[in-house]
Design a binder for this molecule. Structure first.
Ligand code: FE2
Length: 152
């Protein structure tokens, strides 16, 4: 177990996409980046690093899938370009995991890649998708929540 130090990245509301599941996925990504930063500073065990990489793969798998489904439903015009960026992330993460398995992962390089992802994708491409969705998606989600509560 690592002692948590300073955070490298912080969530801010201007990074919001849907105010719900997609935002939670991004908050989890930031938390994983901060954990990896802690690993770099405090030299935690390989199990911790492996868990972080597994959770990053989960973020890329489940998180991207949910986002891409919503892009299709909402007819997001930049969907194809956005999905290409997701695949580039998956390819880079796959290389990181392969390097980890070979014992040659450089944590600082991995952090640089993740920080670039936050700057170029999370803060720009994802936010552009959030603008496309607009406040309507939050109202729709609120109605769904109320409907679920009524039938429960
Ligand atoms: Fe995305």
């Amino acid at each position: 177990m690592c002692a948590m130090g300073l955070n490298l990245v912080e969530w801010s509301d201007d990074m919001s996409v849907d105010g719900r599941a997609i935002d939670e996925s991004r908050k989890r990504l930031l938390s994983l980046i901060n954990r990896m930063y802690d690993v770099m500073n405090n030299g935690c065990d390989t199990d911790t690093l492996q868990n972080i990489l597994c959770d990053l793969a989960d973020y890329a798998g489940y998180g991207f899938l949910e986002e891409e489904k919503l892009m299709s439903v909402s007819r997001f015009p930049e969907r194809d370009e956005h999905i290409t960026e997701h695949w580039a992330f998956i390819n880079s993460l796959t290389v990181c995991i392969a390097d980890f398995e070979k014992g040659s992962l450089v944590v600082s390089d991995t952090l640089r890649f993740l920080i670039r992802w936050v700057a170029s994708h999370v803060r720009k491409s994802d936010v552009a998708f959030g603008r496309h969705l607009g406040p309507g998606v939050r109202r729709l989600d609120e109605r769904s929540r109320v409907a679920r509560a009524l039938v429960a």
